[in-house]
Write a protein of this length. Structure first.
Length: 237
């Protein structure tokens, strides 16, 4: 049983979720209505299986109950979203780099989808020239790097800052190239070139991984293209 809430507050959320903060006297919870799962090819059962594994490490909120077709209830995590936190840009970039490195270091026993599988689902829905464009990106971004766990939506707003880092909104997470994840964070946070360079510098400090700017730019082009397809899917009736 959970504690009966004494106040319910709607929180700002993206198109894939509607989020309510259920405030209790001693415990609070986050309730999400799950939207557009089929449209974006989101496997909600897999998403929250991953989240529960990461919750054991403190990296994600604990899942209490779930109906994969409709909603999820998770424990409220004390922390301030970094987009509303009184941090300077340099500190935000350091924390984001640390968060990216932490995600990429995780090795959950999780057989979730890869990014390319998610892209294939987009292409199947959109048809036309999208499949051939996707094939070109697959060929251009081939790499011998090992696939790592990626968040693929690491906005400042998805990083909660307190005594430790907690990352929320794992619906687009999957196995992929770390450069795509870094590129996604650069694009979603609308970083200018000096900030993008600084993010890569701090990422190297946390992961001991050197980022090739030429390769990263190729991944940024792909992420921009992918975001366009996502927007097209969102606007489809």
């Amino acid at each position: 049983m959970i504690e009966k809430p004494i106040e319910i507050q709607a929180l700002t959320a993206g198109p894939a979720n509607q989020v309510l903060w259920l405030k209790g006297r001693t415990e609070s919870y986050i309730f999400k209505w799950l939207r557009h799962s089929q449209r974006f090819g989101l496997d909600r059962s897999a998403e929250f299986e991953l989240q529960q594994q990461l919750a054991a490490t403190g990296l994600a909120p604990d899942v209490i109950a779930l109906d994969p077709a409709q909603w999820v209830l998770q424990r409220y995590v004390e922390g301030t979203p970094m987009n509303s936190f009184a941090l300077g840009q340099t500190e935000k970039l350091k924390v984001t780099a640390q968060a990216l490195a932490l995600v990429h270091q995780q090795q959950p026993a999780w057989q979730g989808t890869t990014l390319w599988q998610k892209c294939d689902a987009y292409a199947a829905k959109l048809g036309g020239a999208i499949s051939s464009q996707l094939l070109q990106f697959k060929q251009a971004l081939k790499s011998n790097r090992a696939q790592v766990l990626c968040h693929f939506d690491l906005a400042f707003a998805h990083i909660l800052v307190n005594q430790k880092l907690t990352i929320v909104d794992w619906e687009y997470a999957g196995w992929g190239d770390r450069l795509t994840d870094i590129a996604s964070s650069i694009e979603i946070n609308q970083l200018d070139d000096p900030s993008a360079d600084a993010l890569c510098h701090y990422y190297r400090q946390y992961s001991d991984t050197v980022i090739d700017n030429h390769e990263l730019n190729d991944h940024r082009l792909f992420v921009r293209w992918l975001n366009q397809q996502w927007t097209t899917l969102l606007n489809q009736e």
